[in-house]
Design a binder for this molecule. Sequence first.
Ligand code: BEZ
Length: 185
Amino acid sequence: MTFDTSQHNLRMTHFDQHDSFWLFGYGSLIWKADFPFLERKPAWIHGWCRRFWQGSHDHRGTPDAPGRVVTLTRDPDARCDGMAYRIRPEVLTQLDMREKNGYLRELVPVHFDAQQAVEGLIYLATEDNAAFLGEAPLAAMATQIDLARGPSGSNRDYLLNLEQALRELGVVDHHVSALAAFLPG
Ligand code: BEZ
């Protein structure tokens, strides 16, 4: 697997003939919606939890000093809350470029309430991608995040923006809040 997953993602044509579909955002997509969408609403997915285990060499770090950004890891009992966007298929080309550092398109059921789920899409960075960093002690991850900076800004702001966006949604994510608490003041 190369760093740049954008070409690989073009082969995932599942939604190409749809008028619109739901994209579930669990990281920067929650607060940085710099793409056209038809509507958005809070949503969640089951069986996944959010972790700062993906390296960012292109947005919140550099190849020499990568930052850490979120991906999802499987946990059968977990629920991951975020924001869903109804988008048109052509928007994916733009998102594939934004999320090209190891993220692949993946189908998931997206829930808006306990009764209703729709087929949606996430960008997922699995542990076999070249930019995957994996787990590390919280203090070490927080130090890395505190120091890293890339073309999209500081890694620290990424973490704090995510923490604030989750708070505004009324979501408690212990991994995110524990990391934010470890950031030097
Ligand atoms: C997200 O917010 O869902 C997301 C953002 C960047 C890469 C992958 C996922």
